[in-house]
Design a protein around this ligand. Structure first.
Ligand SMILES: [Zn+2]
Length: 143
């Protein structure tokens, strides 16, 4: 694999290459399967640690604090909020986009973790967001 790097001081570098993804098998694992199957049913699925009660989003297989395997999956019904976001004004080639694109990290109350998604509307920190599409990548709308 070779890496061609272009760019100059003060500008972002771009890497052009081909990922050899077809040579590897990647699975989302048992917890990821719960999460993505939930999305197909318009649900956010987290996993709940039986020892400390923490809920992880997306669902994961082990509690990072207790080091115990998680076997319980729960649907999250609370509205997410915008934890952080970035605004994209240009495409990969530097061409100005007609409408800026927001990429946001959404989190849910009383849970650990979060989900990166596309956001639209009056995107701002801490604002409540409504999931408008559960198709991956998720889309949220902020009023
Ligand atoms: Zn735990």
């Amino acid at each position: 694999m070779s890496w061609d790097k272009t760019g100059k001081d003060g500008s972002l570098l771009k890497w052009y290459d081909v990922m050899e993804a077809e040579k590897y098998e990647y699975t989302v694992g048992p917890a990821g399967e719960q999460f993505f199957n939930g999305l197909k049913q318009n649900k956010i699925i987290g996993s709940k640690c039986s020892k400390c009660g923490k809920i992880y989003i997306p669902a994961r297989l082990y509690c990072e604090d207790c080091f115990v395997k998680i076997n319980e999956y729960v649907e999250i019904k609370d509205e997410p909020y915008i934890d952080s976001f970035t605004t994209i004004y240009a495409d990969d080639e530097g061409n100005k986009l007609s409408t800026p694109v927001y990429i946001a990290l959404i989190r849910f109350p009383n849970t650990k973790g979060g989900i990166l998604c596309y956001a639209e509307g009056n995107v701002r920190l801490g604002a409540k967001a409504k999931i408008v599409s559960f198709e991956w990548p998720i889309r949220v709308r902020v009023e």
